[in-house]
Each structure stands twice: as C-alpha cells, then as structure tokens.
Write a new protein. Structure first.
Length: 216
C-alpha cells in the first residue's frame, strides 16, 4: 500500500469542504507517520488503549478522532486531548464527557451517533430518541461539551439504494437541527460507501482500508 499516494488520490476526488479522517485502527504508528509526513493530520481510532498509546508516541499536532463505542469509565483517558468524539450513544456518556471536560477545563467536541441501519450490532440513538432529546434540549446544561453534529454507519450490504436511504434519513435529521443547534458536521461514509455519503451531504468521511490497506 502506498499510503501517501492513496491519500492524495482520495483528497483530489472529494470536495474541499469534506474532512477526511484516516482510520488507523490496528495499523502501526509508522504508517500514521507516513501519512503525517505527507501533510495529513486527522486520524481515527476505535479503541481507547490503542488511541492513547499512539497519541503518546506520535507528534502532538495530530488531531485524534474517537470513532468506536466508548465506555464511560474510559472517557478520562482521552478527555485531555481528543479532537472529536464521533460515537456518543447515550445520555450517560454525555454526562461523563461533560464531567471529564470540566476536570480538564476544556470543551469537548462530540457528534451524536444515530443508529441508521437498525443492525442489532450497531450502537446509537434511534431517530425517535434523538428527536425527543433535541427538541427538549439545546444542551446548555453540558457546559463542557460542544455538540457538533451526527455520525452514522450504514448497513453492511451491497445494496446501494438501501445505503443511500439510510444516509438521506440522517442528512434530513441534520438539516432539521442544524440551525437551532448550530451543528457543523455530518460524519458518514467509509471506504465502501463514501461517495454515496458525500452525495447525501456528508462532510466528514472515515476511511481506513482505502488508505492503509486491508486490516488483518
Ligand atoms: C473501521 C471504521 C471505519 C473505517 O472502515 P473502512 O471500511 O476500513 O474504511 C469507519 N468508521 C468506523 C466507525 C469504523 O469503526
């Protein structure tokens, strides 16, 4: 895999307002350094231990994105430095992030994960839950959290129409609350479906295998 070649090829084909998060999970720090030296600074991980280890050994300019299911008792390890948590899937987790933000005296940027696929294995709020939550709250009680938008993962399928419908549903939700809640980011799209996601309004894509090669 030619990491910097892949990065440049993808960056050329996506609009300039779309942020590319290079998903480096399971890949060694040396692979991240190659991308970093090619001018890429946004990386995504899904396991806290691995994320913290890589943060410790790599340049501090790197902006780390937490994209996997986050356990409440692990928020404290990333609270001092995390750039954006994509995967907030419960109110209890929001409360804990707020608490850790206060301890570190920093506002932590988060996205709310929405379960757009209804696959039983995926995490996230349902559309009903999120409508209730957003109508009843503008999150002012969370002084140390900035809710920046939504994240979703489409079903694992080749059915492009189904994927597109799931993305459109989330895009509609984003448009609905964008103004009232000052949302900025819609994180959808992985290696297999990022072009569809961008067509459906996504402005953060999370790509792993297209950049770093298959994970073993
Ligand atoms: C692993 C992962 C990705 C990247 O997957 P690829 O198919 O390798 O691009 C994106 N988002 C999440 C939440 C992931 O866990």
């Amino acid at each position: 895999m030619n990491i910097s070649f892949n990065l440049n090829r993808i960056k050329k084909e996506i609009p300039s307002n779309v942020l590319l998060v290079a998903v480096s999970k399971t890949k060694p720090s040396k692979d991240i350094l190659i991308a970093y030296n090619a001018g890429h600074y946004h990386f995504g991980e899904n396991k806290i231990q691995e994320l913290v280890k890589k943060h410790n050994e790599l340049p501090k300019e790197i902006k780390w994105h937490m994209i996997g299911h986050l356990q409440r008792n692990k928020v404290k390890y990333i609270a001092p430095f995390i750039h954006l948590i994509h995967s907030v899937d419960s109110l209890k987790l929001l409360n804990e992030i707020n608490k850790q933000g206060q301890k570190n005296n920093r506002k932590i940027n988060v996205l709310i994960q929405i379960d757009i696929s209804n696959d039983l294995t995926k995490f996230g709020f349902s559309f009903n839950e999120i409508n209730e939550l957003f109508v009843s709250s503008n999150f002012e009680e969370f002084e140390y959290i900035s809710v920046k938008g939504f994240m979703g993962m489409a079903s694992f399928t080749n059915d492009k129409k189904l994927i597109r419908n799931q993305f459109i549903n989330l895009s509609n939700l984003y448009e609905k609350f964008k103004k009232t809640h000052s949302l900025k980011f819609l994180s959808m799209g992985m290696s297999s479906d990022y072009l569809e996601a961008i067509e459906c309004n996504s402005n953060i894509i999370r790509l792993g295998s297209n950049i770093f090669g298959k994970r073993s």
